[in-house]
Design a binder for this molecule. Structure first.
Ligand SMILES: Cc1cc2nc3c(=O)[nH]c(=O)nc-3n(C[C@H](O)[C@H](O)[C@H](O)COP(=O)(O)O)c2cc1C
Length: 169
């Protein structure tokens, strides 16, 4: 069983960057979900989508059209076991492993309501970081991202996914 293509959805560009990077690396074609008409229905794909309130956007549509062999959520949260556990509960795709990548936060590219929603959710973390008299460079970077946006997209983050893809072929 091998993956034929990567299909993705991206609102502010982070998921798209990862999808393109991975496609280039694994020599797979990359299609935006809205422009995936050239792919035959039932094709075996890796689906990547941005996280919105814990849900991987577009995954339901992708599952209806394609055989989704793996799903990858891209969010602003730091990666870790807890993110993955929450994801696998909320975005169940039968027999498909779930991956998570940290994308970033681009407040200037989302509408005011969504920006407010995110600011509300991250308020506690922001306040806690701001209250510290001394912040480590990592904490300062986190605070800067929450306040002004920023990208965490990096090729190294793709290691686990690249390994998984290699095992499929
Ligand atoms: C309304 C809204 C809800 C979000 N919810 C989450 C979330 O639950 N978890 C998370 O890690 N990131 C969340 N994010 C952040 C995005 O997932 C993050 O910016 C992601 O990198 C966007 O990917 P994209 O640039 O491909 O659209 C949310 C963003 C918005 C606008």
């Amino acid at each position: 069983m091998s993956i034929t293509a990567i299909v993705y959805k991206s609102n502010t560009g982070f998921t798209e960057q990862y999808a393109q990077m991975l496609g280039k690396d694994a020599k797979l074609k990359v299609y935006p979900l809205d422009g995936s008409g050239a792919l035959p229905a039932g094709a075996q794909v890796l689906y990547m989508g941005p996280l919105m309130a814990g849900h991987i956007e577009g995954v339901d549509q992708a599952v209806k059209r394609f055989q989704v062999k793996a799903v990858c959520g891209v969010g602003m949260s730091a990666p870790g076991r807890q993110v993955l556990e929450t994801l696998s509960k909320a975005n169940y795709v039968p027999n498909a492993p779930i991956f998570y990548l940290q994308g970033g936060w681009a407040p200037e590219k989302v509408g005011w309501l969504k920006r407010r929603m995110v600011n509300l959710v991250t308020k506690g973390t922001r306040r806690a970081l701001q209250a510290k008299s001394q912040r480590t460079p990592a904490e300062q970077a986190d605070l800067d991202m929450l306040l002004h946006g920023g990208s965490r997209v990096a090729y190294e983050n793709l290691d686990t996914l690249r390994r998984w893809l290699r095992e499929q072929n």
